[in-house]
Design a binder for this molecule. Structure first.
Ligand SMILES: Cc1ncc(COP(=O)(O)O)c(C=O)c1O
Length: 403
């Protein structure tokens, strides 16, 4: 490779604040834990690290007995694991609409030769529980084998009340398994797998778990394991039964991503050291600060929350609608290049109409206020009309009297 002059690579002084809703910033302690040589596959430290992650994830998911499987994959990988294990080819899943991510999971399920029944997605609203219950009631042949629920849809910023969803499913008496995607909420909002009677839970390393992308997580209860065992669909890498082993080589269907697993162990340790109650309270407070800033900005009449009811908004990400004609990519570029703040654009049907502020993972008041200041600066540079007290409102959230 041609040698570049030293200055040609550029340097970002200080830090660029990362406020995408995943990947999220990785704490120093996690980076240090990953700064190690690979191990030979017989080294007991490898097995110990994996075991520590399994124990930690059971604790975080609040489950006593679920099997935890880790994959060298992203979130799409564990979506695929769910489909391959739970549904025979031609089998059916119900996917209630939450936005881009429910639709992506549905499309992937169909691409794998399974059938999908969808409930409609209403923009800015969580899952329509009435439509969900109706779909289950109308399935008199009980063809629906599982309901795939996205807890927090990262595109819309909507979270669905899972206890209410469970109650709606129970009321129908339908035996379909409940599968919950907590990719965007794990480590940011409380989740109790056993209390919810969720049969399968899927997550990923790069959001509330504060790790780099690369580990997919699945927790599976006994009922879902039984359905997987009875499922004749051919599979290998994703197969849960094959991964039931004490040996890490089998657990991962090959070599484990040792470096990432070491990072995950450290990240779980950080969450428990802070205390889960404190972690969740911190996310709520950061979310209140973001809402306060957006409330200030929207007073000029140009910006709007995508999710009108604050009770439906997630503690992980906030989606903000922009006036028609705003160049979202240019706005992001100004924020990134002039203010060193990286936030997300919109996805799917919202593309070009909105931007998203990530407030999950290793964030604190300083990082959040820095992010909001950078966004405010970029909005001003781009001439988007905003109320000027957004930042002041956000600061007020962190004043002792406001807590
Ligand atoms: C809720 C949710 N589920 C699944 C995924 C897919 O994860 P990945 O991009 O790691 O494949 C994402 C990605 O952002 C997500 O937000």
């Amino acid at each position: 490779m041609k040698n570049l002059p030293l200055e040609a690579t550029g340097r970002i002084p200080g830090r660029r604040l990362l406020h995408s809703p995943g990947p999220t910033p990785v704490p120093e302690e996690v980076l240090w834990a990953m700064s190690r040589q690979p191990m030979d596959l017989g080294d007991p430290r490898g097995d110990q690290t994996i075991a520590a992650c399994e124990v930690g994830l059971r604790r975080l998911l609040q489950t006593e007995a679920a099997e935890v499987f880790l994959y060298a994959s992203n979130g799409h990988g564990v979506w695929e694991a769910v489909v391959e294990n739970l549904l025979p080819v031609g089998g059916m899943a119900l996917v209630p609409g939450t936005g881009h991510f429910s639709e992506s999971w549905a499309v992937q399920t169909e691409a794998l030769g399974r059938r999908v029944l969808r409930t409609p997605w209403v923009e800015g609203r969580p899952i329509d529980l009435h439509a969900l219950a109706q779909a289950l009631r109308q399935d008199t042949l009980q063809e629906i084998r599982a309901v795939f629920v996205v807890h927090t849809d990262t595109s819309s910023g909507v979270s669905t009340d899972l206890a209410a969803l469970r109650a709606a499913m129970d009321a129908t008496g339908h035996p379909a398994l409940l599968v919950v995607d907590v990719v965007a909420s794990l480590g940011a909002a409380p989740f109790g797998m056993d209390a919810l009677r969720a049969d399968v839970v899927v997550g990923a390393s790069q959001k509330g778990l504060m790790c780099p992308p690369g580990i997919g997580i699945v927790a599976v209860n006994a009922a879902a394991m039984a359905q997987a065992r009875a499922n004749p669909a051919p599979r290998y890498y994703w197969d849960w039964v094959r991964r039931l082993s004490d040996r890490s080589y089998h657990k991962f269907c090959g070599t484990a991503p040792q470096t990432l697993v070491a990072g995950l162990e450290a990240a779980l340790g950080l969450l428990f050291r802070e205390g889960l109650a404190q972690v969740f309270e911190r996310h709520q407070q950061l979310t209140r600060a973001v809402h306060a800033a957006v409330d200030g900005w929207r007073s000029a009449g140009a910006l709007e929350f995508f999710v009108p009811d604050p009770a439906d908004r997630s503690v992980s990400v906030t989606t903000v609608l922009l006036p028609a004609g705003t160049d979202v990519d240019a706005l992001r570029q100004v924020a990134r290049e002039q203010f060193q703040v990286a936030f997300a654009g919109a996805l799917g049907p919202l593309m070009g109409r909105a931007f998203r502020i990530g407030h999950l993972g290793d964030q604190n008041p300083a990082s959040m206020l820095g992010c909001l200041a950078g966004i405010e600066g970029a909005l001003l540079v781009q001439g988007v009309p905003i109320g000027r007290d957004g930042l002041a409102r956000a600061v007020a959230v962190f004043q002792p009297a406001a807590r």
